[in-house]
Design a protein around this ligand. Structure first.
Ligand SMILES: O=c1[nH]c(=O)c2ncn([C@@H]3O[C@H](COP(=O)(O)OP(=O)(O)OP(=O)(O)O)[C@@H](O)[C@H]3O)c2[nH]1
Ligand SMILES: [Mg+2]
Length: 204
C-alpha cells in the first residue's frame, strides 16, 4: 500500500505550509479535510510537545494511519513566555488572529524596543500505529514590532520581525518563510527519522 500520512491540523495556514514541505517526501499527504469526522482533540497538555503528541496519537489511533501533528506558538521573553501554548486562543476560544495580535501589542506597549525579543516554537509529533511516538522541534528568533507589517502568512506573522532579513514574517514570500521558519526547522529534522521508521516495518 502507498505510504500515507495525515497532517492533523485544523489551522489552514499551518496545513498549507506543512503540505508544501511534505511534498518533497515520497508519501501521500492527507489533511483533516479528508477526514471530516476526525476527533476534535482538546489541547490539555502543558507543553507544545505534549499537545502535539495528544493530537497526533488521537488521530493516528482513530484511522490507523501515520499522523503528524504540529503544536506551535509565539514565546515572548518580556511576557514570561506568553502567549506560548495558548497562542491560538490568547484572546479567546474563537482563535481570532487579529484579536490575538491586538492583545499582545497592548500588553507590550510599555516594553522598550531593546526588550522585545521573542521566538516562534514548533513541536511536531509523529505517531505511527504500533510504534513509539517521536517529536522534533524548531525555533525561529525575532522581535515584536509595535504595529503590523505585511499580509502574508498567518497568526502573529505581521508583528514578528526578523533582524537578519529586515522584514516581518508576513513580508516574506511563502517560499522564504518555509526556508527559515520554526516549522521548516522542525520538518527538516524528519527525513532521517522517517527513513528509519519505514525501515523498521510496514507502513500502512
Ligand atoms: O504568526 C504565526 N506564524 C506561524 O508560523 C505560527 N505558527 C504558530 N503560530 C501561532 O500559534 C498558534 C498555534 O496553535 P496550535 O498549535 O494549537 O494550532 P491551532 O489551534 O491553530 O491549529 P491545530 O493544529 O491545533 O488544529 C497559531 O494559531 C498561531 O497563533 C504562528 N503564528
Ligand atoms: Mg490548536
Amino acid at each position: 500500500m502507498e505510504k500515507q500520512v495525515i497532517i492533523a491540523t485544523k489551522n489552514k495556514g499551518k496545513a498549507k505550509e506543512l503540505e508544501k514541505m511534505f511534498s518533497t517526501f515520497n508519501i501521500k499527504v492527507k489533511t483533516l479535510l479528508d477526514f471530516p469526522d476526525a476527533i476534535d482533540v482538546e489541547e490539555t497538555g502543558s507543553t507544545f510537545e505534549e499537545n502535539a503528541i495528544l493530537k497526533a496519537e488521537t488521530i493516528s489511533q482513530q484511522y490507523n494511519i501515520m499522523t503528524i501533528a504540529d503544536d506551535s506558538g509565539l514565546v515572548i521573553d518580556a511576557l514570561d513566555g506568553r502567549p506560548g501554548i495558548y497562542s491560538a486562543r490568547y484572546a479567546g476560544e474563537d482563535k481570532d488572529d487579529e484579536a490575538n495580535i491586538d492583545k499582545v501589542l497592548a500588553e507590550m506597549i510599555d516594553i522598550p524596543n531593546d526588550d522585545r525579543s521573542a521566538k516562534f516554537y514548533c513541536a511536531l509529533a509523529i505517531a505511527i500505529p504500533g510504534k513509539e511516538t517521536i517529536t522534533v522541534s524548531g525555533t525561529c528568533e525575532g522581535e515584536i514590532l509595535r504595529e503590523r507589517k505585511g499580509d502574508n502568512g498567518f497568526g502573529y506573522d505581521p508583528i514578528f520581525f526578523i533582524k537578519d532579513k529586515g522584514l516581518t514574517m508576513a513580508e516574506l514570500s511563502s517560499e522564504e518563510k518555509n526556508r527559515i521558519s520554526h516549522r521548516a526547522k522542525a520538518v527538516n529534522k524528519l527525513p532521517a527519522i522517517l527513513q528509519n521508521l519505514f525501515d523498521l516495518g510496514d507502513q500502512k
